[in-house]
Write a protein that binds this ligand. Structure first.
Ligand code: HEC
Length: 117
């Protein structure tokens, strides 16, 4: 009985955490994301460094929030071809997102002496 109560409390606690943090991306595998980014042709428009290219905007560092990221890929607003669930699974999107999170942010502007003068 005590075990059941504990289980229910644990489930309630994790439901609350999930609600408090709806922006949190699902956990993804950055290494697989890197492979997919190349295999699915994302790099063709967004560049290997995901910093934007001739056709697509910069995706990293500091990618947009995961819900907007998913929307941009499933139902692009403009010229990007849509990637349906059949082409890229939700887990693969999470993997790509995890990969984009690995790009280091550039240094703060005021930490660069030449820009402080
Ligand atoms: C044919 C070129 C092309 C390919 C291939 C492509 N994109 Fe895009 N992407 C774009 C363009 C252009 C935009 C700008 C918005 C639009 O056209 O919908 C964009 C926008 C985005 C955005 C939204 C960025 C923002 O700041 O709003 C994300 C995220 C994104 N692409 C991810 C991807 C991923 C991940 C892949 C591979 C699965 C991919 N794209 C493949 C051209 C491309």
């Amino acid at each position: 009985m005590r075990f059941v109560i504990l289980m229910i409390l644990t489930m309630m606690a994790s439901a609350v955490t999930a609600q408090q943090n709806p922006q949190a991306p699902p956990s993804g595998n950055a290494e697989n994301g890197k492979k997919i980014f190349t295999a699915y042709g994302c790099y063709q428009c967004h560049n290997y460094a995901a910093n934007g290219g001739g056709a697509g905007p910069r995706l990293a560092p500091r990618p947009i929030a995961f819900p907007a990221f998913t929307r941009a890929i499933r139902t692009p607003r403009d010229e990007m071809p849509p990637y349906s669930l059949k082409m890229v699974t939700d887990q693969e999107l999470a993997d790509i997102y995890a990969y984009l999170l690995t790009f280091p942010a550039p240094p703060a502007v005021d930490s660069i002496p030449a820009l402080r003068q």
